[in-house]
Design a protein around this ligand. Structure first.
Ligand code: NAG
Ligand code: NAG
Ligand code: NAG
Ligand code: NAG
Ligand code: NAG
Ligand code: NAG
Ligand code: NAG
Ligand code: NAG
Length: 373
């Protein structure tokens, strides 16, 4: 079903079992931009972590579902990133002007560093929520994702035009969260001015199993899934940001450091261990992220160039604190000179009180925006 110029929400089933409500909702999203005001959600409610947060999508709105996997094999450069958009191209910095509102983009990196990018367009999209999880179908694009309680998330690809076929699986191993706390109702879900962020899967045991132009791309790694949204173009509010996720020893972590145009810095810190949250906070002292090595001026300008890495101090509360060095290994996407996405290695030390407890190594996938001249 394609609904032109309108957003329809059909309540399929909503029932209470004892104290516990389970809701499943289906959202149909058309491929045409709306002329109407876009309503945006910045406080969580019963609609769940992964539900659409902006409707309708007008000329300054975006609402995306983002997935990635970075190989955990130290000898491999392999990674995969898939983004499902409901967006106006003019809301996204650096995007070529386009009337496409439902693109799916995929970036693949082979173990030897060879990269492939493909983009297809859907003629309508359907998102179905199941509690805090979701499934999505970008019709006629060859790309969809499914959530099932036993198998987690799975991206299913059958895109003959891009010569890509197969699946990417995400078995969650870290609880969902919002910028300032766990995934529960009534949370602030605005990570910086006018930018919503919800992280359904901060870390996952992932398996990539694809055939790309008759070549197999198959690896295991640390997976991740989030979504972000706004009814205003990102450039209206953002000067620069650092975002990324990684895994080191038993810890899964996610960082967000957002510098607004007026100079106010907003952060979000997340870490989990053994599938439970150690920290989910937007307090200014919960995390500090700063560039290191080459081009490590802070704040970064679009002329600064990408840094060699980042130093991250992450407060784990009673567990101690993590000092992490993230080093860029491979750049996997870029919009020069404002944006880079990279994979890298992480070294870290866990400190409890005065005692340095443990040195660890791991992997990360991360990005930076620097929009001011
Ligand atoms: C989209 O809606 C928002 C919220 O009402 C409004 O601020 C914005 O100007 C609208 N954009 C366009 C292009 O109409
Ligand atoms: C989008 O743009 C393309 C190329 O400019 C054009 O052929 C197509 O008709 C446009 N589609 C819509 C829905 O406006
Ligand atoms: C890298 O791997 C890809 C996929 O297996 C292959 O097509 C390509 O030739 C390789 N490149 C080099 C430089 O070995
Ligand atoms: C597959 O190969 C064809 C022909 O070489 C090329 O045009 C296309 O871009 C490739 N697709 C991908 C996803 O690499
Ligand atoms: C949305 O978030 C993803 C991952 O967190 C990031 O790659 C992307 O740049 C963000 N886009 C916008 C417009 O905020
Ligand atoms: C920037 O804007 C925010 C939100 O309006 C405000 O709280 C903050 O004080 C401002 N910061 C500066 C340095 O003006
Ligand atoms: C630092 O920036 C310069 C200029 O943009 C670039 O050539 C260089 O590769 C960057 N260094 C790193 C480590 O990316
Ligand atoms: C991080 O890098 C700094 C500067 O090179 C170094 O002093 C520190 O020991 C490193 N820490 C870890 C955990 O690798």
């Amino acid at each position: 079903m394609v609904l032109i110029g309108s957003f329809s929400l059909r309540l399929l089933a909503s029932f209470a079992v004892f104290a516990c409500a389970t809701a499943s909702e289906i959202y149909h999203i058309p491929s045409t931009l709306s002329d109407a005001p876009s309503n945006v959600q910045f406080t969580s409610d019963s609609r769940g972590v992964d539900a659409p947060k902006v409707h309708p999508i007008n000329g300054s709105a975006f609402d995306w579902w983002y997935f990635d996997v970075v190989s955990t094999d130290p000898g491999s450069s392999a990674s995969a990133v898939v983004v499902f958009y409901t967006a106006s191209s003019t809301s996204i910095p650096g995007a070529a002007p386009s009337n496409m509102t439902l693109p799916v983009q995929i970036w693949l990196t082979f173990p030897n560093g060879t990269q492939v990018f493909a983009e297809t367009q859907a003629d309508a999209a359907t998102v179905t929520t199941d509690g805090d999880f979701s499934s999505g179908d970008w019709h006629e694009s060859g790309f969809a994702w499914r959530y099932a309680p036993n198998s987690g998330y799975e991206i299913l690809i059958d895109a003959p035009d891009s010569q890509i076929k197969g699946s990417i699986n995400f078995q969650p191993r870290a609880p969902a969260h919002y910028p300032c706390g766990p995934a529960r109702r009534g949370e602030n879900i605005e990570v910086g001015p006018q930018l919503g962020w919800a992280n359904a899967v901060p870390d996952a045991a992932s398996t990539v199993d694809l055939i790309v132009n008759e070549t197999k791309l198959s690896f295991k790694g640390a997976g991740y899934h989030d979504k972000n949204w706004s009814n205003q173009p990102l450039v209206t509010n953002l000067a620069s940001w650092y975002w990324g996720h990684g895994r080191i020893g038993p810890y899964s972590f996610v960082w967000f450091d957002f510098l607004a145009l007026n100079g106010t810095e907003y952060v979000s810190a997340y870490a989990s261990k053994d599938d439970s949250i150690l920290v989910a906070s937007c307090q200014p002292d919960s995390i500090r992220v700063r560039p290191t090595g080459q081009n490590s001026t802070y704040p970064p300008l679009s002329s600064t160039g990408p840094p060699s890495g980042y130093h991250i101090s992450l407060d784990l509360g009673r567990e101690g604190s993590l000092e992490l060095n993230v080093t860029v290994a491979a750049q996997i996407a870029a919009i020069p000179p404002i944006y880079t996405r990279s994979t890298g290695r992480v070294t870290g030390v866990l400190t409890t009180g005065a005692h340095t407890v443990e040195e660890m190594t791991g992997v990360a996938l991360f990005e930076q925006f620097a929009l001011t001249e």
